[in-house]
Design a protein around this ligand. Structure first.
Ligand SMILES: [Zn+2]
Length: 278
């Protein structure tokens, strides 16, 4: 009789330091669970390339047991998780729990730096809900060693009171190129957005690998954290966003099909399928 293999998909390593990934990182940290609404079950929504101009994204919806707040991703080692990652949770807890509840804060350079580093490592973990992440190992290593923030990352935050969005998660991942340039990137998905509801804090991240020239638009109610623009961020923003705006922003990669400078790269298999449907 064959012994069962301990790891069905091979040994996974810590995405930061390369040691065996023997620890699970809670995306919504344990200290925050009491601040999040407890839904008995959640729907995991993944929007995935390949995409075509006619079929924007493939959506898969899976009913999962338990609150999304309990989701943990086993891609880190216990040394990282109980060491520097846990130190970030400790340091950011006071600011984050106030922000989650809509407390009035003036976030200066130091607080903005802390939030920038905190959200960066959280996004680097969340990135692994897709098998092929957008951040490169070089970017993760540079963060692990020097706390370098990837140049490819842009992040904006808003405040949303709607409790149904307080443990929200949605991601889009596509391949795109500029219409005016010959594409120089290696084939594969190169533009990813990640939207997360973290209590009342709604974060929207745009990450681009390669030459696609896109930047976050200024949307009423949103403040840009990465790259930083303001000496002081007043929290919550003057305009509080609702669920409709949140959904629109979370799925704004859809708007790329109307972008005058960007072209979406067709998947040949999909192109065939969509032609026969015409
Ligand atoms: Zn590690």
């Amino acid at each position: 009789m064959l012994a069962k293999k301990p790891f069905k998909y091979g040994l996974k390593t810590c995405i930061f330091c390369g040691k065996p990934a023997n620890s699970s990182e809670h995306v919504w940290p344990k200290w925050a669970h009491k601040l999040l609404p407890q839904f008995p079950n959640h729907t995991q929504l993944t929007l995935d390339a390949p995409v075509t101009k006619s079929i924007m994204s493939r959506t898969s919806e899976r009913k999962r047991q338990g609150s999304v707040a309990k989701v943990a991703i086993k891609r880190v080692c216990s040394t990282c998780n109980n060491g520097w990652m846990s130190a970030y949770e400790e340091n950011a807890k006071a600011i984050l729990s106030a922000m989650m509840r809509g407390g009035h804060l003036a976030l200066g350079a130091e607080s903005q730096q802390l939030l920038t580093e905190y959200f960066t490592f959280k996004l680097m973990v969340l990135d692994w809900t897709n098998a092929d992440p957008i951040f490169t190992q070089d970017e993760r290593t540079a963060f692990y060693v020097n706390r370098a923030i990837p140049a490819s990352l842009q992040l904006a935050m808003a405040y949303c009171r709607d409790a149904s969005a307080h443990s929200y998660y949605r991601t889009h991942f596509i391949e795109a190129a500029m219409k005016t340039h010959l594409s120089t990137h290696t084939p594969g998905r190169n533009v990813k957005t990640i939207a997360v509801g973290f209590g009342g804090i709604f974060i929207f991240a745009l990450c681009i690998r390669g030459e696609v020239d896109l930047s976050l638009k200024t949307i009423p109610g949103f403040v840009q954290l990465i790259p930083g623009k303001l000496a002081t961020i007043r929290w919550p923003p003057f305009l509080v966003i609702g669920r409709t705006t949140l959904e629109r922003v979370a799925s704004s990669l859809d708007a790329l099909k109307h972008h005058k400078k960007v072209t979406l790269i067709d998947d040949p298999n999909d192109a065939e399928a969509s032609q026969t449907n015409k």
